[in-house]
Design a protein around this ligand. Structure first.
Ligand code: HEC
Ligand code: HEC
Ligand code: HEC
Ligand code: HEC
Ligand code: HEC
Length: 310
């Protein structure tokens, strides 16, 4: 038990360590922003819509509740993945008087963080993947789906999903800019940092892609017409025909094991050369030692240490 608590503390301290200066804006003793401060952190809902889980730390700090610890309202968030997290209580330490309770009675709670959230609403990406899959495509794994979805804002699907063993020689580099629209604040890299081809308009985004030596960008854009045709004919296809067609579209695609996926990039042996891609030394270090990946790969459930709670 002792070693378990020690392990957790190490993870937690490691966590706060490298990012300390960027988390110093808001009161965040619970460490919630360690995970929630990333634009594009998005999760699907059963009704087909999605829920934005991003909370911008600067905007939060400037909001009416900027000095309120997240856990004063989110009383049930004590472990990751969270359970009962939608239970919000506005009266733990504030709004205690009857008059004040009345005043906030009709407050639209669902939109309380709206101004603190950013995500991509449209991305004109020239691939067949995107004919069939949404930009935020992950929904299965509760622990990582939102974090994986966030990555599609800075890399093409192929960077993670390509069967690379079939490729002789390849590199990772920034692709040309794509048109994008955002809800909230534009984010990401909206120019090609390698060629510094200036596209600084906020309606563009640049993402990391796989390039084959002498062949250029690896994309499945030549499948776009067939993918559109598939969507039209899908209803009348037998299960067998469908499976065959999907095998074709996924012929170069592998589903990733989550246990190895994060380490492929966020480690000393990263397949991405962060420096070469243009990340500075500090960001490169942070990306290599990224500590939330420990939570994702080592623990099924992570409990916030009781002793650190108020
Ligand atoms: C280790 C990363 C991590 C930390 C730390 C973390 N969260 Fe989360 N949180 C997530 C992820 C990932 C999701 C999305 C889960 C999903 O896809 O259903 C989430 C979802 C949520 C949701 C939405 C839940 C829902 O189902 O509607 C709330 C609210 C929330 N977190 C609040 C908090 C608060 C408050 C804290 C701090 C006490 C916190 N989180 C700390 C990763 C984290
Ligand atoms: C004043 C109370 C209050 C504080 C403080 C607060 N939240 Fe919330 N939060 C809410 C309410 C209310 C909701 C909406 C719940 C619902 O949909 O029923 C919410 C929703 C969320 C969601 C789900 C996404 C969404 O917009 O519905 C996340 C993630 C979240 N909060 C994280 C945080 C984090 C991280 C902090 C601290 C930086 C924080 N909250 C501070 C009241 C608060
Ligand atoms: C013609 C439509 C179509 C195209 C094009 C397409 N997909 Fe899919 N994909 C699907 C459907 C439908 C499923 C769900 C299949 C199932 O449930 O068996 C799926 C499943 C997947 C899975 C999960 C596989 C698994 O084993 O669970 C991954 C990963 C994936 N697609 C990635 C991609 C990527 C990356 C591209 C582009 C290179 C792409 N897909 C192109 C329709 C498509
Ligand atoms: C940062 C790496 C990364 C990127 C980028 C990425 N994926 Fe994934 N994807 C994964 C991993 C890891 C899994 C396996 C997750 C698990 O174990 O549930 C996965 C699983 C999937 C699945 C099946 C499971 C699910 O959650 O529905 C689909 C479908 C999928 N990816 C489609 C895509 C498409 C389409 C794109 C591009 C728009 C994309 N992915 C970009 C890493 C990535
Ligand atoms: C194919 C490489 C790749 C894989 C696989 C990958 N990441 Fe990343 N990740 C990146 C890159 C590149 C960035 C930085 C993007 C940027 O800031 O422009 C990043 C950024 C992040 C960030 C934000 C860090 C920060 O300080 O800005 C988090 C958190 C993160 N990844 C978590 C994960 C987790 C968890 C997994 C596994 C589920 C994972 N990543 C898998 C490449 C990857």
């Amino acid at each position: 038990m002792k070693t378990f608590i020690l392990l957790i503390l190490t993870v937690l301290i490691g966590w706060i360590g490298p990012d300390a200066d960027s988390v110093s804006f808001a009161l965040d003793e619970g460490g919630c922003l360690t995970c929630h401060r990333f634009p594009g952190l998005v999760r699907h809902e059963k009704d087909g819509g999605f829920k934005v889980l991003h909370i911008d730390e600067v905007k939060y700090a400037r909001s009416a509740h900027g000095k309120t610890d997240c856990r004063q309202c989110h009383i049930r968030v004590t472990k990751v993945p969270h359970t009962g997290e939608t239970t919000v209580n506005c009266n733990t330490q504030c709004h205690l008087k009857v008059k004040e309770k009345d005043r906030i009675k009709n407050f639209p709670l669902k939109s309380i963080h709206k101004k603190e959230q950013s995500f991509i609403t449209r991305l004109d990406d020239e691939s067949a993947c995107r004919v069939c899959h949404p930009l935020y495509p992950h929904s299965d794994n509760k622990l990582v789906r939102a974090l994986l979805n966030m990555h599609t804002g800075f890399m093409l699907c192929e960077v993670c999903h390509l069967k690379k063993e079939n490729l002789a020689d390849y590199t990772f580099a920034w692709n040309d800019t794509e048109n994008a629209t955002f809800s909230g604040e534009p984010f990401g890299t909206y120019y090609n940092p390698k060629t510094t081809k200036a596209q600084t308009s906020e309606h563009f985004i640049s993402r990391i892609a796989v390039f084959a030596k002498n062949k250029g960008l690896i994309t499945d854009s030549e499948d776009i017409p067939k993918a559109k045709e598939f969507l039209q004919k899908e209803k009348n296809m037998s299960a067998d025909q469908k499976a065959k067609a999907l095998d074709f579209f996924h012929r170069h695609i592998a589903k990733k094991e989550i246990s190895v996926a994060c380490d492929e990039c966020h480690s000393k042996h990263s397949i991405l050369d962060f420096r070469h891609l243009g990340f500075d030394a500090k960001k490169t270090h942070n990306l290599m030692v990224l500590n939330i990946k420990g939570l994702v790969t080592k623990y099924e459930t992570f409990y916030f240490p009781q002793m650190l709670r108020p």
